[in-house]
Design a protein around this ligand. Structure first.
Ligand SMILES: *Cc1c(COP(=O)(O)O)cnc(C)c1O
Ligand SMILES: [Zn+2]
Length: 463
């Protein structure tokens, strides 16, 4: 089982065994990131490689088996990550740490589709995972590897959701966990989770990128297993929503998948998932994967605008969408490859655009955290100039639950979210849309007539 995969450097192609990985998961030769490779991977040369030709997975058999497992009572089968374990054989089944993650809903978004003039818009809601974000799918994978390798401590630097996920899975496994978060720049819901699940939480007086730098040193000096998304096992778990989306669409491949971009690991993982299914013959083509960044945290967007050549310049990140407040994304090269091979785009969206899109997703009865709403905001731009056709099918990847950041939502509905400058930059149409969506609580005396007046007033407005 453990020899069934190796780590391949995405920079220089170097292959190493899993026990040869350095504690910071960087290539000793070129410093780049690794990806997990299997005997059946496209990067293996079948002509010269005996192991590569053997045990080629069979799509029809696996499609059936993956569905079948949903009715099994085995913990690994009930997980929406591990029921696909045939394509991520990274730990023995008895080492799996699961909270029954994955198996998340794929929702229709008829009102958002109508706003865009599209026929069909879907949302894969990864916020419906056990700790409320897609990070659970990656954490179950990488933390199980930590258990299999006998670690006692795990650690991550986090904008919030990674720490919530790590804390929960570490607690389940009986491991101890260290969280480094930027002081004062994370949503309360997330910080409370790390505490609730018993993590040792340290707030550093720096930003996310500063936390990453400190942790990179710590894992070299102490026997602590690094669970940031430079850990390639995270991506193996995070590729499985690609499999679920296809199952949920009866193996019809959507034209577009729209993903928020922070550290850029998630879009890379989903790209890997679709590419593997195409390589193995499950599907004939893959969706175009587009990445949306907040305008205040847009290093990938800038680099692509500058022609996609030259040095990659980190930025100082500013956005209320704290989950993507990342100026120096670790997985940018992997993401660039996914954009190039699938034909997707990078867009940036303003704080005003994020706020409106989040309210529109909320008004569908779905809801999401601010970072997830960049997908709808970005899709508007892709549809406006025809990069996404109105008759095409798009799937928004909603990354986090709306309750992760209730303060943002309340401020929006009170009209207190945006700065004066941001509010002044809103278009007439945006202002009108916000006015229709806002639901500020009204305070009244306990009189029936007063409440009925509110009903009458709302009734007079078009729904
Ligand atoms: C982590 C996170 C992101 C960003 O994902 P990356 O892999 O860092 O690009 C987006 N949204 C939410 C809710 C997240 O938790
Ligand atoms: Zn290398």
């Amino acid at each position: 089982m453990l020899s069934s995969h190796s780590l391949r450097c995405t920079g220089c192609g170097l292959r190493i065994a899993q026990n040869e990985a350095r504690s910071n998961f960087r290539c000793a030769t070129c410093g780049d990131l690794f990806e997990i490779e299997y005997p059946w991977s496209a990067t293996r040369d079948k002509a010269t490689d005996a192991g590569a030709a053997a045990n080629q997975p069979n799509p029809n058999a696996l499609r059936y088996l993956w569905q079948e497992r949903r009715t099994s009572t085995l913990a690994a089968d009930q997980s929406g990550v591990w029921r696909f374990r045939d394509l991520l054989p990274i730990v023995p089944v008895d080492k799996i740490v699961t909270l029954y993650e994955g198996n998340t809903p794929l929702y229709e978004m008829p009102r958002c589709a109508a706003l865009l003039g599209m026929n069909w818009l879907l949302a894969k809601h990864q916020g419906m995972n056990p700790t409320g974000s897609f990070k659970d799918t990656g954490m179950t994978a990488a933390l199980s590897v930590a258990v299999a390798n006998g670690f006692e401590w795990v650690a991550c630097a986090s904008t919030g959701n990674t720490s919530a996920a790590m804390a929960a899975y570490a607690a389940r496994a009986g491991l101890r966990s260290l969280v480094l978060i930027p002081e004062g720049k994370i949503a309360w819901g997330k910080l409370s989770q790390a505490m609730d699940y018993g993590s040792t939480t340290v707030q550093l007086r720096t930003d996310f990128d500063g936390c990453v730098r400190v942790l990179a040193e710590i894992v070299q000096r102490a026997p602590v297993y690094l669970l940031n998304s430079v850990n390639p096992y995270r991506l193996e778990g995070q590729k499985t929503p690609a499999f679920e989306i296809l199952e949920q669409m009866d193996w019809q491949v959507p034209h577009h998948l729209i993903v928020p971009g922070g550290n850029l690991a998630n879009c890379s993982a989903l790209g890997k998932g679709f590419a593997e299914l195409q390589h193995l013959g499950f599907i004939k083509r893959v969706p175009k994967i587009s990445v949306i960044q907040a305008a205040g945290a847009n290093p990938l967007y800038r680099w692509m605008q500058a022609g996609g050549v030259g040095p990659f310049e980190p930025v100082e990140a500013h956005t209320r969408a704290t989950a993507i407040r990342i100026g120096n994304p670790a997985s940018w090269k992997k993401a660039v490859k996914v954009l190039a091979t699938t034909g997707g785009w990078v867009e940036e969206v303003s704080e005003q655009e994020i706020a409106l899109a989040k309210a529109e997703i909320g008004a569908e009865g779905i809801g999401c955290e601010p970072a997830s709403a960049v997908t709808l905001a970005g899709l508007k731009k892709l549809v406006a100039d025809g990069r996404v056709g109105k008759e095409e099918t798009a799937v928004l990847l909603l990354t986090g639950h709306t309750l992760k950041d209730p303060e943002y939502t309340i401020q929006y509905h009170r009209g207190a979210l945006l700065s004066d400058k941001e509010a002044a930059a809103e278009t007439v149409a945006q202002r009108a849309a916000n006015a229709k969506l806002r639901r500020e609580p009204v305070v009244l005396d306990a009189k029936v007539d007063d409440v009925l007046k509110v009903l009458d007033a709302m009734q007079a407005q078009p729904a």
